[in-house]
Ligand binder design. Structure first.
Ligand SMILES: [Fe+2]
Length: 343
């Protein structure tokens, strides 16, 4: 009787396992919550017959969910922003190698995680916005992140809090290039130049430049596209028209690059479909769809960014620092920002 139960259990598990690996579906956890994404996933389904089951939520909540579900998680693919977050999921042992030559050919090595367990699907830069009325183009010429510690910027810089992952990744990139001590000395002077106590999101920093609270602000590149598009209301649209975008570090390493990325879960029940889905996100069609809805930069060469963002120059020099280092140096970055009083 016991033996029968055992055999039956093994057969049942085998059946379920085999059954699910042939299921025409892929389970996606995503912190992106654009209506336009649903249209994109429908295109994938139309092409392949594979249904995309979407669970969306805040990145942190989804990461906690993945951790608590563990090996029994139904998730195949996790999409989120910032390499630092993807690195953390990998460090917790939740991803596996994607193993796709198509993906390797399109995504540069510095924009993929170790062992190709996650890959960038779109790029964003952390740039400097400035008010052309109070800041001359001469002052901006060649300006790098490193230059922002100069006392000439005292009381003129807006940036959000150190609790924000985008800032942590920017500081991590400086640690990767200069080490902890030099980055800490820089950060101390940089914080001394703040126009106000850090508050609000990236768009709030751009607003601060538009309304004269600060002369320059550090914020991600796609927000200006989003604001100019009018999707965030008239006030933000008219504010966005008052500022200019500057790509930092053009005479040096280049502008800081981060990614929206996708990782393949270790226990993906639909692994084959998941790889197909990640490959689809890197096709011309999907890349155009993504950049025209999020105003990010395409991962794939030959796909043009949205006009709203391309007007600021799309041929800028990109920092080639490996985005995986943002995760690696994140604990050092967080401690360093705390030590220098970056609130
Ligand atoms: Fe963002």
């Amino acid at each position: 009787m016991k033996l029968f139960t055992k055999i039956f259990a093994v057969l049942a598990i085998t059946f379920v396992t085999v059954g699910s690996s042939f299921a025409k579906e892929v389970n996606l956890y995503t912190s992106r919550h654009y209506d336009s994404d649903d249209a994109l996933y429908q295109k994938f389904t139309d092409k392949t017959g594979i249904k995309v089951n979407v669970i969306s939520g805040k990145g942190k909540a989804l990461m906690e969910r993945l951790a608590s579900e563990g090996a029994s998680s139904p998730a195949d693919v996790f999409i989120t922003v910032d390499a630092g977050n993807l690195w953390k999921v990998q460090k917790d042992g939740m991803f596996q190698s994607i193993n796709s030559s198509m993906v390797d050919n399109i995504v540069p090595a510095n924009l993929r995680g170790p062992n190709n367990e996650w890959v960038g699907i779109a790029k964003r830069s952390r740039v400097i916005y400035y008010n052309p009325v109070t800041v001359s183009s001469d002052e901006m010429e060649g300006l790098s992140y490193e230059d922002l510690s100069d006392p000439k910027w005292k009381g003129r810089v807006a940036i959000r809090s150190s609790g924000n992952m985008y800032n942590q990744s920017l500081v991590s990139s400086l640690i990767a290039n200069h080490g902890v001590d030099a980055t800490e000395a820089w950060a101390k002077d940089f914080v001394g130049n703040f126009a106000r106590k850090p508050e609000g999101n990236d768009r709030a920093q751009i607003m601060a430049v538009a309304n004269g609270e600060a002369d320059i602000a550090v914020a991600n590149s796609y927000y200006i596209g989003l604001m100019l598009s009018g999707k965030k209301g008239e006030e933000q649209q008219s504010a966005a028209r008052k500022v200019e975008l500057h790509f930092p570090g053009q005479n040096g390493r280049g502008a800081h690059i981060n990614v929206s990325g996708a990782g393949l879960l270790k226990n993906a029940p639909n692994k084959g479909n998941a790889v197909k889905f990640i490959e689809f996100l890197l096709t011309d069609e999907a890349q155009s769809h993504i950049v025209n809805n999020t105003y990010e930069f395409p991962m794939r060469e030959g796909v043009a960014p949205s006009d709203l963002i391309a007007q600021f120059g799309s041929g800028f020099k990109e920092d080639q620092t490996a985005v995986a280092s943002y995760g690696e140096f994140n604990p050092e970055a967080v401690k360093l920002m705390d030590r220098v009083g970056w609130q």
